[in-house]
Design a protein around this ligand. Structure first.
Ligand code: 8DG
Ligand code: MG
Ligand code: MG
Length: 143
């Protein structure tokens, strides 16, 4: 049998915090298309979570981040998708190295654009996993 069985993938999602705002963008990709979500991407072979977070943010927004801290990990199933997927998602938070930097939409085929939102007033419609986390009380801001 030459058909590879699907396997879980690892992604890192970044809560980039700036004062009381968090960076989100509207996805233009098959899973969660047109939904607002955090910048994220796949962990590459040999990377640690912080390296992955800094690389994905740089690739997707041009921003430089530091103070990268682990927050939580979730197990996310997307079995109702045309191409079913299973992600173990590591959530980190971080802040801008240079607070005056502004996000660029460097992957316009994957994202509608980036902007800053307040946690109490997140954009709609939210990507299902982050919506569920917020409803369950998750809050990435230092308490
Ligand atoms: P890459 O090729 O750059 O490595 O990947 P990407 O194109 O940037 O991947 P992505 O779709 O932005 O993120 C990887 C997966 O992470 C995505 O397909 C679904 C999963 N994911 C969750 N929960 C969350 C979440 O809350 N936010 C985001 N952005 N992605 C999430 O399972
Ligand atoms: Mg991404
Ligand atoms: Mg990416």
């Amino acid at each position: 049998d030459h058909t590879a069985a699907p396997s879980p993938q690892v992604a890192v999602a970044i809560c980039l915090l700036r004062g009381k705002w968090i960076l989100m963008g509207r996805r233009l990709v098959s899973i969660g298309n047109s939904k607002y979500s955090l910048p994220s991407g796949h962990l590459e072979f040999g990377e640690n979570f912080e390296e992955c977070a800094a690389r994905e943010i740089k690739e997707e927004t041009g921003l430089d981040i530091h103070k990268i801290e682990f927050l939580t990990v979730t197990n996310n199933l997307f079995m109702d998708q045309p191409c079913p997927a299973h992600y173990v998602v590591v959530f980190v938070r971080a802040v801008l190295t240079d607070p005056t930097q502004t996000p660029l939409n460097l992957e316009p085929e994957k994202c509608d654009g980036w902007d800053w939102y307040e946690w109490d007033n997140l954009p709609q419609p939210l990507f299902r996993p982050i919506k569920k986390m917020a409803m369950d009380g998750f809050n990435p801001f230092p308490q």
